[in-house]
Write a protein that binds this ligand. Sequence first.
Ligand code: ADP
Length: 219
Amino acid sequence: MDLVLLGAPGSGKGTQAAYVEAELGIRHIASGDLFRENLRNQTPLGLRAEEFMRKGALVPDEITIAMLRERLQRPDASTGVLLDGFPRTMEQAIALSAMMETLNREINGVLYVDVPDEALIDRLSGRLICRECQTPFHRSTNPFRTCPRQACAGEHLYQRVDDAPETVRARLTTFHRQSEPVIDYYRLLELLATVPGCGSVDEVRQATLEAARSLAKRG
Ligand code: ADP
């Protein structure tokens, strides 16, 4: 089972991805996490991606596609993946179909977490992330209590540089321009399930899992 999870920056897709991963037993692969990991390790790929990430711009397709191609070939991706943050451009979507074909697989469904821009801006400016396990929290709506995967007490929380207000606006503009065509493309292919992303984390979780289960049944 291979699924794609789409949503604007701040739509909560990272939070929901963890639930879907646990429910369906497929590997969550987030392109943003892969870039940040490369940056932390100062790899050539990370260093090339850095200037784009800082501006809130997309990393060029050629770099992103190569990174995902390599990731999808690792053994832990062999029984199914939940792709989060990829594809974000039509070129990436087309490349993804070709990669899956090479692996004798196909994308079985696409979840789109839909949230209006005003809510996105509010969420991103309050977002805090655990550097160790990437779990996102929010200063007011989802404050840190315990870390689900690490025995830490919040000492690894940080605010991403690209969550600064002007960068947030740039990321939303990029999303509308580059990623909305991808959503339309998957809708045309009848692979898209839209989940309203505005309720509480729990409400969105239920709606996401319901949509994921029905996509899984079809796949
Ligand atoms: P968000 O969804 O909140 O913007 P991500 O963690 O998914 O955050 O991505 C952070 C940054 O990594 C993006 O702003 C972009 O620079 C880069 N990035 C992630 N995924 C892609 C992608 N599919 N194509 C190009 N750049 C990407």
